[in-house]
Ligand binder design. Structure first.
Ligand SMILES: [Zn+2]
Length: 448
């Protein structure tokens, strides 16, 4: 399909990280790409039979990028809250996950993808089981994303992980890619980290697209250092004399620009320098960190130093939503309060983290921006809402993005050039049947 998208305002960062603001914009989409962007007066002569989307109340922005989630965990939303991370995982989530079958993951991921699409997220980095089913769900809704070739030492096999990479990396119309997902330094041994890292080096050297990455949780809880030491010693691993999880991964040679590390809460100044030097990609997930009582990442220090930083919701059972706008607002407010400083982060920077920043973390060229030639992942937000008024000035609208916009303000979503949400309604899919399926699955899992 070919579309002309109109609005009151388009806001995006170009790939040179320069903020672009266009009033009375027109974006022309053909196939999966943006072929023109400019003012309506400049570009209207290029329209010929394009379907017109949007109106003078719409803000046009790039599709948001969720850099760390477990998208099928919609199945476990709200069923075990107000519990510490260790007990939450060991006593609640892992026993339920042991009962999952592939179709459960498909339905959970379908619901998660629906929730993401309706709130303006078009790209996700998900770490979960049954990646083929997760990939199908993400792609059925029209989103793009990474699924996991999961490694938990002693539980999963490398052969299965290689098979997942072989089967699903760069598939489903190039919408799906795979990460080598090593859960954490307290569940994956030093040897397995090194084995996966070596596989990635070899893979990237021998492929046209050197884009296989490790995705891991790093420095999430205050006990992670102790837990990873115990876990490795139990598995006869020679544990180096290091102070932090970041130092551990660095000392064993696996920390580099092929790693997407989620959380990075318990990091020292020295750790941040190491992450900067290694070019590691970070997903910060402050809302999940707050809910699980894990403390918060030193965000201002991290963004001063580390080049590639994006935002994630984490799984919907530890947030408890996939609406990235909740994370955006929380991030904006928390650090100002904590540091007694209203200037510590500005709305423009937050907008960048949720769009171009996320695209860089995921190494996904052509998303996170609205530049001519980029992939058509475009969101329109209805500005004619009481909580988004006044909105005649672009600066006001950028502030609304950080402080008052919600996922439910999203009107239309194009993903890879296809219209998947129109007038805040998912196209071509019955949401109710997915909600009912998830209700049934969760009941079955908790009742056995
Ligand atoms: Zn996570």
């Amino acid at each position: 399909m070919e579309y002309g998208i109109r609005g009151r305002l388009a806001i995006y960062y170009d790939t040179n990280s320069k903020l672009q603001i266009i009033e009375d914009p027109l974006i022309i989409v053909e196939e999966e790409k943006i072929v023109e962007i400019g003012t309506y007066d400049e570009k209207r002569s290029n329209l010929s039979g394009h379907d017109i989307i949007g109106d003078s109340n719409q803000l046009l922005i790039p599709g948001l990028v969720n850099c760390h989630t477990h998208i099928a965990m919609t199945l476990f939303r709200g069923i075990a809250d107000d519990i510490p991370l260790k007990s939450w995982l060991e006593d609640h989530i892992w026993p339920l996950e042991a009962k999952l079958v592939d179709e459960d993951v498909y339905q959970g991921a379908l619901l998660g993808s629906i929730e993401s699409a309706l709130s303006g997220v078009t790209a996700v980095n998900s770490m979960y089981w049954y990646p083929g089913f997760e990939a199908k769900a993400i792609s059925d809704i029209g989103l793009r994303g990474y699924v996991a070739a999961p490694i938990l030492s002693g539980i999963t096999s490398f052969e299965d992980a290689y098979d997942i990479i072989e089967k699903h990396h760069h598939t489903l119309n190039e919408q799906i890619r795979v990460t080598f997902s090593l859960h954490s330094p307290y569940t994956v041994t030093i040897e397995d980290f090194q084995k996966a890292h070596q596989y990635i080096l070899d893979y990237n050297e021998n492929n046209d697209k050197p884009d296989l990455f490790i995705h891991t949780h790093l420095a999430e809880s205050s006990t992670e250092m102790e837990d990873s030491k115990k876990f490795n010693e139990k598995n006869d691993q020679n544990y180096p004399d290091v102070e932090t999880p970041v130092e551990l991964l660095d000392s064993i040679g696996v920390l580099d620009d092929k790693m997407i590390a989620a959380h990075c809460i318990h990091v020292t100044g020295k750790d941040i320098k190491i992450l900067k030097e290694r070019g590691t990609r970070l997903s910060l997930n402050p809302l999940s960190n707050a809910k699980l009582g894990n403390h918060m990442p030193p965000f201002p220090d991290i963004i001063k130093e580390v080049d590639r930083v994006g935002l994630g919701t984490d799984g919907p059972s530890s947030n408890n939503t996939l609406d990235l706008f909740d994370t955006i607002r929380f991030l904006a407010l928390y650090y100002k309060g904590f540091h007694h400083s209203p200037t510590i982060i500005k709305s423009q920077e937050i907008f960048k983290l949720a769009t171009l920043g996320g695209a860089k973390v995921l190494n996904w060229d052509g998303i996170g921006t609205l530049e001519k030639g980029s992939l058509a992942d475009i969101v329109t937000v209805n500005l004619k809402k009481p909580h988004l008024t006044p909105s005649k000035n672009p600066d006001y609208v950028l502030n609304h993005f950080a402080y008052s916009m919600k996922g439910s303000d999203v009107s239309n979503v194009l993903a890879n050039g296809s219209l998947i949400v129109q007038d805040s309604t998912l196209i071509n899919r019955d949401i109710e049947s997915t909600i009912e399926e998830v209700e049934k699955i969760t009941q079955r899992l908790v009742s056995k």
